[in-house]
Ligand binder design. Structure first.
Ligand SMILES: [Zn+2]
Length: 350
């Protein structure tokens, strides 16, 4: 069973991240792992985080949803958890996939205000509350979805920040170019939430645009394109020379696999906006305004500037568009971080 739990925790880890552009919600781990009614198990259980992440994925209709998780530092020595759970959370903090802070609840509220991310909680001013449901955890609407980042939040995320600790996983050199968490503010001064130290300003961040991949009616993943370089999307882009690639292979049907090229399109961001360049054997369709304004066929080497609601079709049912312009058109399949969970964690609460 220990082996199975490790599998679930690994699956949960793949849904955690502190880049606000890729996350769909922010949550306080210390609160949610104590929601024993979600499964009727022991008082605290880190696996419960996976049930909440699954609920978030179903709520927003994104299969590979990412959750911005804040871990209160006291959890790392909490005796209600197993030594394995404490060790895993410490590793997540060291790797920067979660934030470990003193005062997690206040930090969750701050992250939501600065980034516009909805809070998942029963006690904080949340957008959704997790409740036990028939098919797993469901998120019950509780408050309005934030309209977007606050003005201060926009200023903070428009710059790169660096922590005086060179090994800092959240604001160290390794995070530059791949997104950063939002700094914590103390008396108006940006500080590292992990190390409680003033952050240095490393200059302006290139603008970015968040895009989504929809396959067979379901949003499978998000990705960010910045002015720093294009992103190649295809069946299996090689990702060589530091190139960012989005691999669609695992989601494609046999027909789609035969028609979608390994590197099918390149998506770039310039001051003019997002553009797409066809790199494929079979061409790419751009549905202008989603389809309302007609279609445009791109063949190899052709580039097209994308309007805000244009949808790029690599093959029927394999689409790319701005997050917001593209949404899941049907409920998620059974894809769940809990598929490796021991059956006991599925015991219904009611
Ligand atoms: Zn730091």
């Amino acid at each position: 069973m220990r082996f199975e739990v490790s599998h679930v925790l690994d699956a949960i880890e793949r849904r955690l991240g502190t880049d606000p552009a890729l996350a769909a919600g922010v949550l306080d781990v210390a609160e949610l792992i104590y929601c024993a009614d979600l499964d009727g198990g022991r008082p605290a259980n880190l696996v419960r985080l996976g049930m909440v992440v699954d609920g978030l994925a179903r709520q927003v209709g994104e299969e590979h949803v990412s959750a911005y998780c804040v871990v209160d530092k006291s959890l790392l020595s909490n005796q209600d958890l197993t030594s394995n759970e404490r060790m895993v959370m410490r590793r997540w903090g060291d790797d920067g996939v979660v934030e470990v802070v003193v005062g997690a609840a206040a930090r969750v509220i701050e992250v939501s205000e600065l980034t516009g991310l909805p809070i998942v909680s029963r006690v904080l001013p949340a957008v959704w509350s997790p409740l036990p449901g028939a098919g797993g955890t469901v998120l019950q609407p509780r408050g309005p979805v934030p309209t977007g980042p606050s003005p201060v939040g926009r200023q903070l995320t428009a710059r790169w920040w660096h922590c005086p600790d060179p090994d800092c996983a959240n604001f160290g050199p390794a995070r530059r170019g791949s997104g950063q968490p939002v700094p914590r503010l103390r008396n108006g001064q940006p500080i590292c939430p992990r190390h409680d130290a003033p952050l240095g300003d490393s200059g302006p961040r290139p603008p970015q645009q968040v895009l989504a991949v929809r396959v067979d009616g379901v949003i499978r993943t998000r990705f960010v394109v910045t002015a720093a370089g294009p992103v190649v999307v295809g069946r299996a882009p090689d990702g060589g020379q530091g190139q960012v690639g989005i691999q669609l292979g695992p989601w494609l049907s046999e027909d789609a696999r035969a028609k979608v090229s390994r590197a099918h399109v390149s998506v770039a961001l310039s001051p003019q906006g997002v553009s797409v360049t066809d790199l494929s054997m079979n061409g790419t369709l751009v549905r202008l305004g989603g389809a309302a304004d007609g279609e445009l066929q791109l063949s190899r080497g052709a580039t097209r500037q994308l309007g805000v609601s244009d949808i790029v079709e690599l093959f029927p049912g394999v689409e790319i568009g701005r997050i917001g312009a593209l949404a899941s058109s049907r409920p998620l399949d059974s894809a769940s971080v809990m598929s490796d969970a021991p059956t006991m964690t599925f015991r219904p609460g009611y």
